[in-house]
Design a protein. Sequence first.
Length: 395
Amino acid sequence: MALARGKRETGQDLSEAAISDVLLCEGLFHTEPLQQFELMTNDSIQRFFRREIVAMKPYTPGEQPQAGKAIKLNTNENPYPPSPRVAEAIQQASSQLERYPDPIGTAFRIAAAGVLHVDPDMILCGNGSDDCLTVLTRAFVGSGQKLRLPYPSYILYRTLAELQSAQFEEVPFDSHFGLSPQFYTADEQLKLIFLPNPNSPSGTVVSQDSILKLAESVDCPVVVDEAYVDFSPTNCIALIERNPKIIVTRTLSKSYALAGLRFGYLVAHPEIVHTLRKVKDSYNTDMLSLAGATAAISDQTWLAENVRKIITTRGRMFAELQRLGFDVTESHANFLWCTRNDRSMKLLYEQLKQNGILVRYMVYPGWSDGLRISVGSDEQIDALLVVMKQLLSAD
Ligand SMILES: Cc1ncc(COP(=O)(O)O)c(C=O)c1O
């Protein structure tokens, strides 16, 4: 592949350095687009976007270091590899990649329906549960309408509302991470509620009674985001039949150790699922992720053993962090929310990072800041505790 030498509009030759930036491939690309770049400033490009898009802050996911051996406890991934059946299924599916995938993921829905004891027509597959949350917001919340979420919780919900030019109403949890009375208030403009259960960053759960009461109090769908539910003793699937306003979203990123595969799904009344299909991309899950996810959800023995290990480590980590002087919230998820008011949590986060340990530092104005620490393997948590002890005893 030969590098072509480019000329700018002024006629001057591009320097070697500029050429290495540009990497023109002879015969494939030519220089016109580059000349256009020079004519337009960033501001004149920004004016093409909707005002709301320009104004909004992007959602920032947790850091994903590209190299090195960081101990990653910042995005609630599973520290263990997934069921070996996943790789086998992906390998098999890779021989048919010239075909489009099943647009509605029939094999996955049948397998998941068997595990959850629901009808396959109650399941919609997504490219991660974030995709399901996006489809739901696009389907239910129009411009100027309102989406309600608890505070503090998953920050992506705000972004989804902003993308719709909708309003988001953040209602603070009460001091025990329960729903405050305001969360139940009816409002004509309210079109969707998101409730992560277990919640992030706290790991706490709201009772099934509260969720049923919420669905009875408002005139819009209530989405229970169960991304972390496999680490919790209860879930809301059975509530859907009691009140079809309740929709449950799930992910295979956490308990099934498949964050890299991108697969999630939602469970709802069949009429809701049927209509949501109009909103999703036609092929929103690919053939490899469908095969991997179907294999994963069919291996419930692997899931039970993985969840058991993580819950055991969570208990030990909880006790040790408390012993080190942190206020640790009791968690039903695969992470712990740790705060303390005798030192800067930001500094501690930075010191951990310098020691090769990534945790998530989160600031919630009007609430508190803290560290959300994923439950890693026993070895990772031992390393975290050793470094924590050193840092805390150093001053
Ligand atoms: C509460 C909550 N919901 C949904 C998600 C998204 O998961 P997925 O990887 O399936 O998009 C996350 C990811 O961290 C989360 O914390």
